[in-house]
Write a protein that binds this ligand. Structure first.
Ligand SMILES: O=C(O)CCC(=O)C(=O)O
Ligand SMILES: [Fe+2]
Length: 986
């Protein structure tokens, strides 16, 4: 088993022979480093990758261990010189990494490699010798002397644990070790160095294993066990039994270390971090690479504390003695993205896509000037659309390159602050995200705890990218989504995001990410629960198979599982039998991600690329992860959180056309599917939308449902229109207005249902305009800054609003009935007078019903063209005090309104079919007036509605009908009658 010194030395890599750490020319000796918790060590020393596995393995050799509190296990033993600790565990129910641990332990033994052990200062069971030195957080280095397994019965019937145990012998601190303390006589003397002629073997009684023929040492006081890590009777005695009592034999615990081992040069434990302190000046790639650990942790040169790195911008030690602002240097794309990828893009070749298990099939592909667009489908209604940029999408003042540059500047300067934040609750309180992040819009709590910046206060770049992403989603997957949340992540080298889904409750189905800077590899897999069988928490928190295990298309052994489930449902199997048999069916299925589920697909996301996850089961059944490969990468993922049903497939031709326009400005012109991408690339790049100069470049909202991709997100600063017009859903009420309570002080819950108006939409969709729910109305008011809106007034506000709009529409329909047949016909109708026209309408209605009863075709003139409302525009006048509106809308009814000017004005655009059969748009002007309220307290409004004088005929129309403006009173019937009596209605 033993190797010669020569072999051992040559086994060490040159990289491990570092010189001693230097801090500003002064050697830090005492203490070298200290950490309070396991997480501090893990965050600082990249070797210890995970909080749960305090082992550092490299090349399948154990190089370091981390001990916190009692985590060396119940079977452990710790005295001044001997440490027995668990390396890995396996139960008969779980698939674990035990074989890998055995291999690593075996290699470590064979190479007699030294193991650096770090012990947190919280460690309770430290023996006296170490307690003195515990403040260093580092115990020194140790050798692995034995590895053996102990099998024991678990708490459950039939459950068997196999613990892989390691025995380590203290080899003392060494001069050349970085953590060397000046002199530690106690510790050094504690090690009883074996004489040259002594060997390990001579110290122990041995037995030969009947299976592997290896001689093993007596470990337990009661007997021998085979300690050959590759023997199948590992941990058993000669009769094949697991020893019943497990007391370590005193002889086994005797401290010793060989002369040979003492001669070995130990590897430094923190080579990069300590030897290469951050260089903050040079912006070359080289110096950035040398900073590769600075995202993790750093050692304070003043107090030698291991500090985690949470802030993107600076390092400040709690000791108060040291701080170093360390913005990462601005990087060029050549530095962050492997050259070949940039060239691949330039040549218009796609980055590689790996599909495993035939799990995703290529459903669609499309090419535009700026992107190649591929969509893959998973079997259970989930899709991934990837957009690979062409050079056109990178170049120019507005391309992805510029976005990357601007991102760097804004995150460096702190305009967009990036922080690492605590995870949710899954990984322990102390864990922080493996990326820097900033959230905008709604809270996104799926995997991390992060404060959020409202869109209105966010840097314009964020809004611009959100709008662009919305256009991309519209133009590619045809979804009209208003994203209300954007998570910006920044990845430095070695940063990543682990397996997760983006499926926060009530999260929209479509999630898009836009990546700039370095590449990343994004992976997709079915969630383990669905792959192996859907688990649920049963009695006493125990996980059992869900009786409705969906065995999705593509899951492991689907047919067999289905058959078993059928039997179970028919009562032919008990739940236990079903679970056992299902376990047997899936047990031996080999997967690449041990005990989770196999990789379904992995894609390279290049600089400028978009990934759209969509389909209703994407987040439910599948999960994804992303590993960045460049030196720096930003990715913004956008989601719609909250309102369900916000995403609508574009049905109308008009909406689709508008979407196309918006999308085209980002994607460029579409290419024929058959067209070769190499070929189409030769065409000149289409105009790319400009980045906004600043927040001042906000544009007025347009009537187009497809937002301009460069339009920043709404901000109340520029909003000068009245409350009424802001709240009017027909008047650009933001389609993404939330239908959930947003205001922490909202104590009364408001209805979420939305009434459908009687007003047809003029977009060819054959649908009616929808009014906002009271909750939406309230949210809209809060968004506009009217935070003192009384909640209990909102429902009446909505009612009044809807009523006003219905009244306005009724009036417009009347105008249209008169004038759509042309002026001549209109004159005939007008000459009948108002009463006459009412009679005429009644006559037509009776005729229509009679014809229907007789089964006759509707007569042309009896089935007039129904006008449709295309769009609205609020044109409030100066005097629109908010208080007046609130009063008018029903909270505190004022006793007098007097003769106030109109409190709001709208322009409504309506379709009209002319006698020649063409359709044109007619504009109506509506002035809203309020009047004295009813004695009962009901508010009274007047709407003055007339066609705008956009054309000479409109002027004639107005004269013809009234000879002037008409007052339409849009209040209740009683009021109408009363007004009529007073002669005020005409
Ligand atoms: O880094 C990426 O591209 C993935 C980000 C992601 O999955 C997320 O933000 O949820
Ligand atoms: Fe995600």
């Amino acid at each position: 088993m033993a190797m010669s010194t020569q072999e051992m030395t040559s086994g060490q890599s040159a990289a491990e022979n570092h010189s001693l750490p230097q801090w500003s020319g002064k050697r830090v000796v005492h203490p070298p480093a200290t950490a309070k918790t396991r997480f501090d060590v893990i965050e600082t020393i990249r070797w210890f990758r995970q909080p749960q596995s305090g082992l550092y393995c490299k090349d399948m050799i154990i190089r370091g261990m981390l001990l916190v509190n009692d985590d060396f296990g119940g079977l452990g033993h710790f005295d001044d010189r001997v440490l027995i600790t668990r390396l890995a565990r396996r139960t008969n129910e779980s698939r674990s990494t035990l074989p890998a641990a055995i291999k690593a332990a075996s290699n470590t033994l064979q190479k007699q490699a030294m193991i650096g052990i770090l012990i947190s200062r919280d460690f309770q069971k430290l023996p006296v010798t170490f307690r003195d030195r515990e403040r260093y957080g580092v115990s020194g280095f140790w050798h692995l002397s034995h590895v053996f397994a102990v099998r024991s019965e678990g708490p459950k019937e039939g459950q068997v644990h196999t613990d892989l145990m390691a025995c380590l012998v203290y080899s003392g601190p060494r001069e050349t070790m970085w953590w060397n303390v000046a002199e530690d006589e106690t510790a050094t003397n504690a090690v009883k160095v074996l004489k040259e002629e002594e060997t390990f073997d001579k110290m122990f009684e041995k037995e030969e294993c009947s299976l592997c023929s290896e001689e093993s040492l007596t470990i337990f006081a009661e007997g021998w066990v085979c300690t050959n890590v590759v023997c199948s009777s590992l941990g058993r005695d000669q009769s094949g039994q697991v020893p019943k009592t497990k007391t370590y034999s005193q002889r086994f615990l005797q401290p010793w270390v060989s002369q040979e081992l003492m001669k070995k040069t130990p590897p430094p434990l923190l080579p990069d971090l300590l030897i290469q302190p951050p260089q903050l000046t040079d912006d070359s790639k080289k110096s950035f690479e040398t900073l590769r650990h600075f995202w993790r942790g750093w050692v304070c040169p003043a107090c030698a504390t291991l500090n985690r790195r949470l802030d993107y911008h600076q390092m400040v030690c709690p000791c108060g003695e040291f701080s170093a602002p360390s913005p990462p240097p601005n990087l060029t794309l050549g530095q962050v993205t492997p050259k070949e990828y940039l060239e691949l893009n330039a040549k218009n070749k796609l980055p590689p896509v790996t599909i495993k298990h035939n799990a995703a099939k290529l459903a669609e592909q499309e090419f535009t000037d700026n992107y190649a667009i591929y969509t893959w489908e998973f079997e259970a209604e989930a899709k991934v659309t990837a957009l690979y940029p062409r050079t056109a999408a990178h170049a120019g003042p507005n391309g992805n390159d510029k976005v990357f540059e601007e991102m760097q500047e804004k995150t460096r300067s702190g305009v967009i602050p990036m922080k690492r934040v605590p995870f949710g609750n899954s990984s322990g309180l102390d864990a922080t995200t493996r990326q820097f992040g900033a959230n905008f819009g709604r809270d996104y709590k799926a995997s991390m705890i992060m404060s959020t910046t409202p869109f209105e206060q966010a840097d314009p770049l964020i809004g611009q990218l959100v709008r662009r992403a919305e256009a991309v989603v519209l133009g590619t997957v045809g979804m009209n989504v208003s994203f209300n949340e954007a998570l910006l992540l920044a990845y430095l080298p070695e940063m990543y995001i682990g397996w997760h889904d983006d499926g926060e409750a009530d999260l929209g189905d479509t999630v898009i990410s836009h990546s700039v800077g370095g590449n990343c590899v994004m992976k997709f897999a079915m969630k383990g629960d669905y792959w192996w069988g859907k688990k649920e928490r049963g009695d006493k928190g125990k996980m059992t198979l869900a009786p409705d295990d969906p065995h999705l298309p593509g899951c492991v052994k689907r047919q067999e599982r289905r058959a078993l489930l059928d039997k179970y449902r028919k009562g032919e199997l008990t739940k236990e039998q079903y679970e056992t048999q299902l376990g047997d069916v899936v047990r031996d299925f080999k997967v690449s991600r041990s005990n989770i589920s196999p990789l379904l697909m992995s894609v390279v996301v290049p600089h400028g690329g978009y990934i759209i996850m969509h389909g209703k089961n994407m987040q439910k059944y599948y999960e994804h992860s992303a590993n960045s490969t460049g030196l720096m990468r930003f990715v913004m993922t956008m989601r719609h959180i909250g309102d369900k049903h916000q995403e609508q497939t574009l049905t109308s031709r008009r909406a689709a056309a508008e979407a196309r326009v918006a999308a085209e400005s980002v994607l460029g012109k579409r290419k024929e599917r058959s067209e070769c991408p190499m070929h189409t690339f030769a065409s000149p790049p289409s105009s790319f939308p400009p980045l906004p100069e600043s927040s001042a470049s906000q544009t007025q909202p347009s009537s187009c449902p497809a937002k301009s991709p460069n339009q920043p997100l709404p901000s109340h600063k520029d909003d000068t229109s009245s409350t009424l017009s802001k709240l009017n859903p027909l008047n650009y009420m933001p389609s993404n207005i939330s239908n959930n309570p947003e205001h922490s002080e909202q104590t009364i819950s408001l209805p979420l249902s939305r009434d459908t108006s009687s007003i047809p939409r003029g977009d060819g969709s054959n649908t009616k305009w929808e009014y906002p729910s009271p909750q939406q109305m309230y949210n809209a008011m809060l968004r506009k800054g009217y935070t003192d809106t009384p909640v209990d007034a909102v429902e009446s506000m909505v009612a009044v609003h809807n009523f006003l709009n219905e009244g306005a529409w009724e009036e417009i329909v009347t105008w249209e009935e008169i004038f759509q047949g042309g002026l001549k016909e209109a004159w005939r109708k007008c000459s009948l007078g108002e009463e006459g026209m009412r009679m005429e309408r009644l006559r037509q209605e009776v005729q229509r019903i009679r014809r229907e009863e007789l089964g006759l075709e509707a007569a042309n003139q009896e089935d007039p063209y129904k006008p449709e409302l295309v769009r609205f525009q609020g044109r409030p006048r100066d005097m629109t005090p908010k208080a007046g509106i609130l009063q008018a809308l029903g909270y505190v009814w004022p006793t007098k309104f007097g003769s106030e000017p109109p409190f709001d004005r709208h322009d409504w655009y309506v379709t009209r079919r002319t006698p020649s059969g063409t359709t044109r748009e007619v504009r109506y002007i509506i002035d809203y007036y309020s009047a004295d309220p009813e004695p009962t307290g009901e508010p009274v409004f007047y709407l003055d509605i007339r066609p705008a004088i956009d054309t000479p005929s409109a002027a004639v129309e107005r004269m013809m009908r009234w000879g002037g403006d008409v007052w339409h009173r849009a209040s209740g019937a009683v009021i109408r009658e009363q007004q009529k009596g007073n002669g005020a209605s005409s």
